[in-house]
Design a protein around this ligand. Structure first.
Ligand code: IMP
Ligand code: MG
Length: 190
């Protein structure tokens, strides 16, 4: 471990989901997804940037069936720990999704606003089907009801970082999902 990694680890109050738990659950999700898409059906994974990038990389490699990937960048937080409710597309897909079977790959569903917005936006482009997989879910925080087809872990209402999730753009590279020490973000009102 480098000194820098030790510093990031020292900012954690708890490790909520360790590497082994993440990898085991991703294998289970991949099996469930494979079972729902028959061998020859078209499948396009749409990764929600930035937070979904690590999950997408692991899920894509766990899937034992052909699929394509594309990326969509959305932004709703800035440097705060609660959604402003305003979702912006900061990078759109490279390709049309009309007639495709799309699976949206997201890091976490909190209020539900981001996925609700994405879902409506993508449905307006007439895909053949649309499903959603979210690695993490904070059910107690939901404000908008969004149908999520596959969920990795339900977690309590705590601000988490690591495995793609950031706080003010840091901690994404941690190999686990952890809870930050409260003093590090207390002044931001979460
Ligand atoms: P929602 O729009 O409130 O559902 O929030 C979804 C987005 O907020 C996710 O895609 C994350 O990028 C971010 N987010 C929500 N909760 C957390 C958290 O605990 N840690 C880091 N990012 C979060
Ligand atoms: Mg996200």
């Amino acid at each position: 471990m480098t000194g820098r990694e030790r510093d990031l680890l020292a900012d954690m109050r708890d490790v909520l989901i360790n590497q082994e738990m993440l990898q085991a659950r991703i294998q289970e999700l991949a099996r469930a997804i494979e079972a729902d898409y028959t061998d020859k059906s078209d499948l396009l994974l749409i990764c929600v940037l930035k937070g979904g990038y690590i999950f997408l990389a692991d899920l894509s490699r766990a899937l034992q069936r052909p699929h394509e990937i594309d990326f969509m960048g959305v932004s709703s937080y800035g440097a705060r720990t609660e959604s402003s409710g305003e979702v912006r597309i900061v990078m759109d897909l490279k390709q049309p999704v009309a007639g495709r079977n799309i699976l949206v790959v997201e890091d976490i569903i909190d209020s539900g606003r981001t996925l609700d917005y994405m879902r409506r936006n993508l449905l307006a482009r007439s895909p053949a089907s649309l499903r959603i997989v979210s690695l993490l879910n904070k059910p107690s925080r939901r404000e908008v009801d969004v149908p999520v087809d596959y969920i990795g872990f339900d977690i309590p209402d705590e601000f988490v970082v690591g495995y793609g999730l950031d706080f003010a753009e840091l901690y994404r590279n941690l190999p686990f999902v952890g809870v930050l020490k409260p003093e590090l973000f207390a002044h931001l009102g979460h």
